[in-house]
Design a protein around this ligand. Structure first.
Ligand SMILES: [Zn+2]
Ligand SMILES: [Zn+2]
Length: 143
């Protein structure tokens, strides 16, 4: 019985991770706890660690943030937006060769991460709109 409950909780945690956007364990727990008050913080942390150790999910370490989790296993990089903090997946040709390299310069490779820092599409679009607005205001003032 206990085992079965654990399985159900594991499935709920995995499903939440798939829907979330590279959450930290705490973020995932906060989101889950609202709907499933019986899931404890310790369970969320333990299940995420187990999944990561089994290679079913990825642990990602991005500069300037806590450890995060990712259910997307296909080789990809991450872009962290310095404006809104969003972390998005980046798929680029050639990335797979780097991320899946088993040997580099005679060394054995166990894991690789490629991170970009910059501005996400939404923030770029907002900035562009802001620039247009400012330009329109300037044009009006010039009249
Ligand atoms: Zn952004
Ligand atoms: Zn990702």
């Amino acid at each position: 019985m206990k085992k079965q409950r654990n399985t159900v909780q594991k499935r709920i945690i995995f499903g939440a991770l798939e829907r979330a956007d590279h959450p930290t364990a705490t973020e995932l727990y906060d989101g889950l706890h609202a709907e499933n008050p019986r899931i404890s913080r310790a369970t969320v942390f333990r299940v995420l660690s187990q999944y990561a150790e089994n290679g079913e999910i990825r642990r990602i370490h991005l500069q300037g943030t806590d450890e995060r989790y990712d259910a997307t296993m296909s080789p990809h990089a991450h872009m962290r937006c310095v404006v809104c903090g969003r972390i998005s997946d980046v798929f680029l040709p050639g990335l797979e060769d780097i991320l899946c390299a088993k040997r580099v310069d005679g060394c054995e490779v166990y894991s690789a991460e490629v991170d970009f820092t910059g501005m996400c599409k939404e923030c770029v679009a907002l900035r562009y709109k802001g620039v247009q607005k400012a330009a329109a205001a300037d044009a009006k003032n010039a009249d």
